[in-house]
Ligand binder design. Sequence first.
Ligand SMILES: Cc1cc2nc3c(=O)[nH]c(=O)nc-3n(C[C@H](O)[C@H](O)[C@H](O)COP(=O)(O)OP(=O)(O)OC[C@H]3O[C@@H](n4cnc5c(N)ncnc54)[C@H](O)[C@@H]3O)c2cc1C
Length: 484
Amino acid sequence: MSRRVALGFGAGAAGFAAVQGPAQAQAAATLGGEAPLAATVDVIVVGAGFSGLTTARGLRAAGHSVVVLEADDRVGGRTKPGKIAGETVDLGGQWVGPAQTRLLALAKEYGVAVYPQFTTGKNIVDLAGRRATYEGETPALSPMALAEFALAIGRIEALARKVPPLRPWEAPDAEVLDAQTMETWILANAKAPAVRSALRLLIRTLACVEAGEVSLLGMLTMASAAGSFNEMISTRGGAQDAMLQGGVWQLAAKMAQELGPAVVLGAPVSAIAQDDQGVTVQAGARRWRGRFVVVTAPPSMAGRIQYQPALPPLRDGLTQRMPMGCVIKVHVAYARPFWRTAGLTGMVLSDRTAFGPWFDHSPEGGTIGGLVGFFAGKSAQLWAERSPQARREQVLKDVALYLGDEALKPTDYIEEVWAAAPWQRGGYAAAPGPGALTAFGPALRAPVGRIHWAGTETAEAFAGYIDGAIRSGEHSAQEVARRL
Ligand SMILES: Cc1cc2nc3c(=O)[nH]c(=O)nc-3n(C[C@H](O)[C@H](O)[C@H](O)COP(=O)(O)OP(=O)(O)OC[C@H]3O[C@@H](n4cnc5c(N)ncnc54)[C@H](O)[C@@H]3O)c2cc1C
């Protein structure tokens, strides 16, 4: 424990209130009255995902005492390990790109190797009733559609370049961009059915919402934070370039191990009260006292916490306008990667299936076969309501449509319905609807008194990604350390 820790284990609320001023007494009364005080630290961090763990690491390295309160019974948040056919896979965040330097540095620090996404062979694309195979990154569309597709991507890139990722509301014509959804933009900028379909599929795959749900400015902000739209959609050299041997989740586990008892699992924060000297945070039947609190849960989940005094209207409004995307992630194992012998990468992009896209996810060397894919957006909403058995049948049927009947005979199957995860309620990240960023965006990062906001959604670069979560943790640790 560092210099500022004053342990108060077992101290009752009455005793706690007695040594504090009237404001703290009122805060204590708001927070469950008799709940015992577990500890007093410099900074309380809410959430043990990559952002919260990085925040805590940074603060501790600067000599401050921390506690990380995590609602779930595990760390990692939107990253999670799963076992399939004896292999550990990622049920949440997974890929890393060469520009994601913070995640790569963390992997290096912990000695975890990175290996490339398999891309040898042909991908399959099936859009607007036209099926084709292609190599590389550009989907095989008819020459006319391809030209229109390239133009549309070029326009998105040009718009994204003008959006400052930390202050999208200051972009030229920000209000005009934010008044549109990606769907209205697609309808105005693409005519060919295949191009419209391709763009809708990309938005669904990138943000896990339908194009009509996300603001154009919101999508441009994500692209700007990632460096470009192309960075987000690309495999080789882009955001889907590589994966971590043994899964990315292990990095969260290693950070938590280092933090030791400072990480408290099964501690769902229900209320945060602040006064002029500090914060009191209630989780379950206990309270923690700190000088500052950093909330790393995404805005919609942060909005479920009670605040005393109530949050300013701008911040509360933001939490109501940045809903999570909807996604179900699925891994399927096979005796062998049979699609490779047919010269295919395994990657399929189709607008005919409920499931998809999916990608090869065989362990290095291809000893067994693995595919990983998604139900996303509306399809995820629909299929989250069905039984696991029904989902599995649909996945295998969809895969068999393109990769053949061998797809109907998996050796193993595993899935994660993120919309049903009690402390995430969706993924990959928050997707702002029209008008949200221009009207409420400034509240995304602005501290409210002693409450600071972190999490991937607040990152300057790679917002929505694990790399962004790490960056947001580094930033919040520095921001809070300056006030300690
Ligand atoms: C299916 C899926 C696939 C993805 N694929 C990729 C990918 O390939 N590459 C990539 O870079 N990113 C990917 N992502 C996104 C990436 O996982 C996230 O951006 C990142 O993990 C977010 O980290 P975070 O710390 O900001 O938030 P989180 O991981 O959400 O952490 C917040 C934590 O707060 C906790 N919490 C919430 N409410 C409370 C409360 N009231 N009290 C206490 N604790 C609370 C949560 O349990 C959680 O642990 C994917 C995500 C999903 C779901």
